[in-house]
Ligand binder design. Structure first.
Ligand SMILES: C[C@](O)(CO)[C@H](O)COP(=O)(O)OP(=O)(O)OC[C@H]1O[C@@H](n2ccc(N)nc2=O)[C@H](O)[C@@H]1O
Ligand SMILES: Nc1ncnc2c1ncn2[C@@H]1O[C@H](COP(=O)(O)OP(=O)(O)OP(=O)(O)O)[C@@H](O)[C@H]1O
Length: 267
């Protein structure tokens, strides 16, 4: 049985406050994009994980897919599974690739073994694996608060635009990015700002990680600036980086950016 686990981008991200458990409350808009890992599960004599495509730090033994399997195995009588992951989503990019793999694996196991888990129950399992994970259960554009796990649906439609992802050759650790940040309550909630016309996003939406991440890795800021020079209507870093996404109103090629970065068109 196969699943296509997509990436996400964050349309705006405000880090609001540090919590006593060490996590941060934030507000963001999660938007699914068309860049996919592929996950296959098959019955096998023992549970193992094989990875093809992009290398992942931690490799097969420490993979989040195995953690997701084990989480459900603790509560359900699951037979051993071979998990084959074709990794296409860059790692350390702010695209939620690992989180998506875990959420889609939960959905696969739920279907394959008729576990009858509701979306809410699957979100609770996903929340044990990472803050970004629960979003990928329903996988629809949402305004998110809490640690990124409290959702209200929003109507955002970018399918008439062209979204480009640019991944610089820099791996940003999410935990480090949060350490570098000074939380601040937003003057106007992203929940309202996101409904401004797209042409106004550039001057109204922000990603609070950009300041600190850009000062450590100036090449990421150069990518964002180049995207605006190339005619982007909106460009921003996704999550804690290092990927920068841009929204264009026409199909475009970015040969200059392709020289030093991995570029994904029309996601
Ligand atoms: C930056 C975002 O991608 C925005 O969507 C997410 O907030 C990150 O979510 P994630 O990668 O699933 O994060 P996790 O794997 O749960 O946590 C990694 C580390 O990031 C920090 N972390 C994460 C999420 C959050 N709301 N506050 C935090 O402070 C914590 O130090 C945590 O130890
Ligand atoms: N299936 C997996 N895919 C990607 N990373 C994985 C996976 N399993 C474990 N990891 C570990 O998780 C770390 C980061 O994962 P991920 O790709 O979700 O980060 P990210 O791109 O920064 O996304 P985000 O911060 O938005 O969740 C990697 O450094 C790797 O060690």
């Amino acid at each position: 049985m196969l699943a296509f686990a997509n990436a996400k981008i964050n349309l705006g991200l405000n880090v609001i406050e540090k919590r006593t458990d060490g996590y941060h409350n934030l507000e963001t808009v999660f938007y699914p994009v068309k860049l996919y890992d592929v996950i296959e599960i098959t019955d096998a004599p023992q549970t193992r994980c094989f990875i093809k495509g992009i290398d992942i730090p931690g490799g097969t033994t420490d993979n989040i897919c195995l953690k997701a399997y084990q989480l459900l195995k603790n509560d359900f009588d699951l037979p051993p599974q071979q998990i084959t992951l074709l990794k296409n989503i860059p790692v350390g990019a702010g695209l939620g690739g690992g989180s998506s793999d875990a959420a889609f694996l939960i959905k696969l196991l739920n279907t394959k073994f008729n576990l009858s888990l509701s979306d809410l129950q699957m979100e609770a399992y996903a929340g044990k694996l990472g803050a970004d994970c629960p979003f990928f259960i329903r996988n629809k554009p949402v305004f998110a608060t809490g640690i990124g796990d409290v959702f209200s649906p929003i109507e955002i439609e970018l399918s008439n635009y062209y979204i480009v992802l640019v991944k610089p050759a820099v791996h940003v650790s999410t935990a480090d990015a949060y350490h570098g940040i000074k939380p601040m309550d937003a003057i106007t909630s992203l929940k309202d700002l996101i409904h401004l016309p797209l042409k106004d996003w550039k001057s109204n939406l922000k990603n609070d990680f950009e300041n600190t991440v850009f000062s450590k890795y100036p090449e990421i800021e150069r990518v964002k600036n180049e995207l605006y020079r190339s005619g982007a209507l909106f460009a921003a870093m996704s999550g804690s980086g290092s990927c920068v996404f841009a929204v264009f109103d026409q199909d475009i090629k970015l040969p200059e950016l392709e020289k030093n970065n991995k570029v994904f068109y029309n996601v």
